[in-house]
Every structure is written in C-alpha cells, then in structure tokens.
Write a protein that binds this ligand. Structure first.
Ligand code: MN3
Length: 200
C-alpha cells in the first residue's frame, strides 16, 4: 500500500493565533510534505526490496547509506510527528512531563534553552528533538536535513520541530530563534510529548 499524507489533527487556520498561519500549513503540509510522500512512493514502486516495508523499516534500512530514499522516507516520518507536536492549545507542560524534564534537564527553562540552542545551531536545514534516550533520560538533540533519532538511534521522540526555512519563513521571516521560542512557549503540544513518554 502506498504511503499517504496524514490529515492534520486541526484546521489549517487553527494555529494562526499561535504563530503559524494557514498559508504556512497549506504549503508545508499540502506541498512540501506531500512531495516527500509522492517521491517516496515513486521509489517504492521501482524497487521491490522496499515494497511491503513499513516506513520505520525503510528509514532504518537506508539510514547508513543516506540518499534520496532515506531523505524522503525520513522527511515523511519526521513530518508525521511534527504535525502532532503542534496544537491550537499548545504551550502548557503537563505535570508528569514537567517532573521528568526537571529531573533530567534541570528545569523547564534549561530545557527550553537547550532545545532552542539545538534548533538555532542546526546549520541549514534540519530538526531539533526532545527524545527519551536509550539510558532512560531525556535528551535534546538535532539532526540535519531528513535525518532523525530513529536513524541515529538516539531514542524515542517526544517532541520535534522542523527548522527548515519552509517551516517558518512566512511567519517569522529569517528569524529562526523567534520561531523556536514561539514553538516552545505557545505552539508545542506537550500533551503529545507526555503521551509519548508514558507509552515508552
Ligand atoms: Mn518541513
């Protein structure tokens, strides 16, 4: 079965008051993410070795070699997570997640500083992540382009933010730090992050 673009879990206009306008979501979900899905399906159609594999299996199998299959599979996987990491009621960190953040990263402020720094310091396109590392501790990390913690083995993703320019240019122009601060303060779906933590 071909891979499909997931439906957004909110209206495209729902995040406008939270710093992500409808046009951003139209382009980012409807064009950019769709293009990764279309390209990935094209590769799968042509390569019997990829057919019948899950998205996770394709990402892991192509991670060390890299290349266009990995790039598009990785971006599909990353964006599926990213849409769930945004919310019209975002920004509030629930108790169990806050406790874990404080234990492992020092404080909510320290977490936000580290996450923002990861996103700012990712030169060019990529992603910043909050993961539950294999040692059971939270960790902030970043990856270039279409890579992700599934490919690097850095742990289970709790929170993902896209720092490709297409994610923020209409809303924040060139000022990536403001996009990241806004994400952390009002847009991030920490309920999703906590659910990921509890399911780990
Ligand atoms: Mn993107």
């Amino acid at each position: 079965m071909a891979f499909e673009l997931p439906t957004l879990p909110y209206a495209k206009s729902a995040l406008g008051a939270k710093g992500m306008c409808e046009e951003t979501l139209d382009l980012h979900h409807g064009k950019h993410h769709q293009a990764y899905v279309t390209a990935l399906n094209g590769f799968v159609d042509k390569d019997p070795a990829l057919q019948g594999k899950s998205l996770e299996d394709i990402v892991k199998a192509t991670a060390s070699a890299g290349g266009p299959v990995f790039n598009n599979a990785g971006q599909h996987w990353n964006h599926i997570l990213f849409w769930q990491c945004l919310s019209p009621t975002g920004g509030k960190i629930p108790g169990a997640l806050e406790k874990k953040i404080t234990e492992d990263l020092g404080s909510v402020a320290a977490f936000k500083d580290a996450f923002k720094a990861a996103g700012i310091s990712q030169f060019g396109s990529g992603w910043a992540w909050l993961v539950l590392a294999p040692d059971g501790k939270l960790k902030v990390t970043k990856t270039p382009n279409g890579s992700n913690p599934l490919a690097t083995g850095e742990g289970k993703v709790l929170l993902a933010v896209d720092v490709w320019e297409h994610a923020y240019y209409l809303d924040f122009k060139n000022v990536r730090p403001n996009y990241l601060q806004n994400f952390l303060d009002v847009l991030a779906n920490y309920e999703f992050a906590e659910a990921q933590l509890k399911a780990a």
